[in-house]
Design a protein around this ligand. Structure first.
Ligand code: NDP
Ligand code: OXD
Length: 306
């Protein structure tokens, strides 16, 4: 068996070592133009030339959960495209989102500023029941995040394409229930995949429906958010803050207003990192299953876009 590795911006050696250890008899190499045909590919942001040459691939394994960039390319028609399915990301996402929600709810920024100013002061505790958190996208990551938030007894709402039943989470589904979901949320957490249907989903008319003084936490993709509209709603005081891990242009350009906005917290696309060992173990298991003709989870539906 031949496995080819083509991951832009990723140090290949440890991945090759892990994949070779998982498949001692296989040829596992970094792709180079003109390389012989491989059976499976491990990829992140490969060039179009890679797929134009590797037309016979059986499996394409994306080393991230989001496949929006991959699906923009012309892919070999017979290949099964597989994304990372958790592989250690959901617990990181839960940590990140719970941290951001709790920071807002408990007003830790305000306390930090007071302490820096030498002030020993109290704020009136906020009412938890008046701090509902809506999670858009109830897939592998969104469900874990929603469930983690219920542990802190926030009212938790969720929105997805198909109807879900998740203990402790008030679930909404489909376009028909989107506005009800927004109106019932004070904090909006985005964990949708980026597809033609979800691009620009956080914009003036949708974000304006959140409860007054609301917050946005975007951990999915930058193109879900119309950035100028967020700034407008913050300026108007309709929204109180945003925590953003992803941006329309990454790295965030030096002159971008988000860097210095007092109500915006940014992180450099780090809310849930790909963990190498967990990912190699997951991909190796799925390559074995595909080779044995067994079913696997995490197969991307290119029509649906995720
Ligand atoms: P999943 O595919 O498991 O879940 C996607 C969820 O979104 C599903 O619940 C799906 O609904 C819902 N959804 C999709 N389209 C729509 C729509 N049009 N309307 C309503 N709901 C919709 O993805 P993951 O949870 O694994 O990952 C989510 C995203 O998180 C990734 O696509 C990626 O962009 C981002 N991500 C970001 C990271 C970071 O570091 N910032 C790291 C990892 C991922 P249904 O259940 O009905 O299919
Ligand atoms: C992913 C990501 O999609 O890192 O996994 O954003």
């Amino acid at each position: 068996m031949k496995i080819t590795f083509c991951c832009t911006g990723t140090k290949p050696e440890p991945w090759l070592a892990g994949l070779r250890a998982a498949f001692p008899g296989a040829q596992v190499e970094v792709w180079q133009a003109g390389a012989p045909a491989a059976d499976h590919a491990v990829v992140w942001a490969p060039p179009q030339q890679f797929f134009d040459e590797q037309t016979q691939l059986k499996g394409i394994f994306n080393i991230g959960a989001g496949v929006d960039a991959l699906l923009k390319l012309r892919l070999p028609p017979r290949a099964t495209v597989v994304r990372l399915d958790d592989a250690g990301m959901s617990v990181q996402m839960a940590e990140y989102v719970c941290h951001a929600v709790i920071r807002y709810f408990r007003e830790f920024d305000g306390y930090e500023a007071d302490v820096k100013a030498g002030k020993w002061s109290y704020r009136k505790p906020r009412e938890r029941a008046l701090f509902p958190v809506g999670v858009m996208g109830l897939g592998v990551l969104g469900q874990r995040v929603a469930q983690a938030l219920t542990q802190f007894e926030f009212p938790v709402l969720g929105w997805s394409r198909s109807v879900k039943a998740i203990e402790g989470v008030r679930c909404f589904a489909g376009a028909a229930q989107f506005n009800d979901f927004l109106r019932a949320s004070k904090v909006l957490v985005n964990l949708l995949p980026l597809t033609p249907e979800t691009r620009d989903i956080m914009r003036l008319d949708t974000l304006a429906q959140l409860q007054a003084g609301g917050y946005v936490i975007n951990v999915a993709r930058g193109a879900h958010l119309v950035e100028e509209d967020l700034l407008t709603l913050l300026d108007r005081g309709q929204l109180a803050g945003a925590t953003l891990d992803v941006f329309r242009t990454e790295p965030l350009p030096a002159e971008h207003p988000f860097w210095r906005h007092p109500q915006i917290t940014i992180t450099p696309h780090t809310s849930a990192r790909t963990l190498r060992d967990e990912s190699i173990a997951q991909i190796a298991g799925k390559i074995r299953a595909l080779e044995a003709g067994q079913p696997i989870v995490g197969i991307v539906d290119s029509v649906r876009g995720y």
